[in-house]
Design a binder for this molecule. Sequence first.
Ligand SMILES: Nc1nc2c(ncn2[C@@H]2O[C@H](COP(=O)(O)OP(=O)(O)OP(=O)(O)O)[C@@H](O)[C@H]2O)c(=O)[nH]1
Ligand SMILES: [Mg+2]
Length: 218
Amino acid sequence: MSGRRHPLGVRPAEVPQGFPGRVDFVRSASRLEEAPHLPIPEVCFCGRSNVGKSTLLNTLSNRKQLARVSSTPGRTRLLNFFNVQDKVVLTDLPGYGWAQAPKAMQAEWGGTIQAYLKDRPALVLCLLLVDIRRDVTSDEKDLLNWFRASGRPCLVVATKADKIAPSKRFAAVAGIAKALGVDATDVVPFSAPEKSGADVIWGTILAFAEAEMADEDE
Ligand SMILES: Nc1nc2c(ncn2[C@@H]2O[C@H](COP(=O)(O)OP(=O)(O)OP(=O)(O)O)[C@@H](O)[C@H]2O)c(=O)[nH]1
Ligand SMILES: [Mg+2]
């Protein structure tokens, strides 16, 4: 049962006409020390390899190839930072749990992602992407529990919604929410080809970024 009307209990910000306009690639980093430090709130995209992180970023940016999209899992091995109009920085994190990657490499990515999620003061919101067609994994539950324990707000995005019939999406979202132990309002279905879900995702990102900027102005 959903007790709230808005994802994370926060009314999505109004998305201006023509937004986001230009989105600039800032930098790639293989280690946290290489990450840029801009005085702008940051929102990250995390999830298993191939779940659609880069595709979501491209769709939100209205660009085909801003972030590299690949049908070969594990292609994005770096943290990639994008500046959206000096309003928010979006970070595309490397996919975790790519079974074919050498163990040492998996450990290295995991370490970098963990360090980023722990020690990134600008981070105001995390997007956890899960495939709408698949059962939630223990990795995803662990990550969500960690977000909860750390007080990091997390919006769950159920990707590839076009892969299931519209009539089945509501039940799929409810199943994901139940498995993760979150409110169903906090799980937003998204489809890149349909562009469905993009408005509420942008609205939520902007609401968190704007709240942070307003706090800093006080
Ligand atoms: N039908 C459909 N396919 C999608 C959608 N989003 C992503 N895909 C496909 O899923 C595959 C993986 O997408 P990516 O965006 O590269 O996934 P990723 O999470 O960035 O993967 P890594 O960089 O390996 O971690 C690509 O073939 C995409 O075209 C979607 O909403 N609908
Ligand atoms: Mg990627």
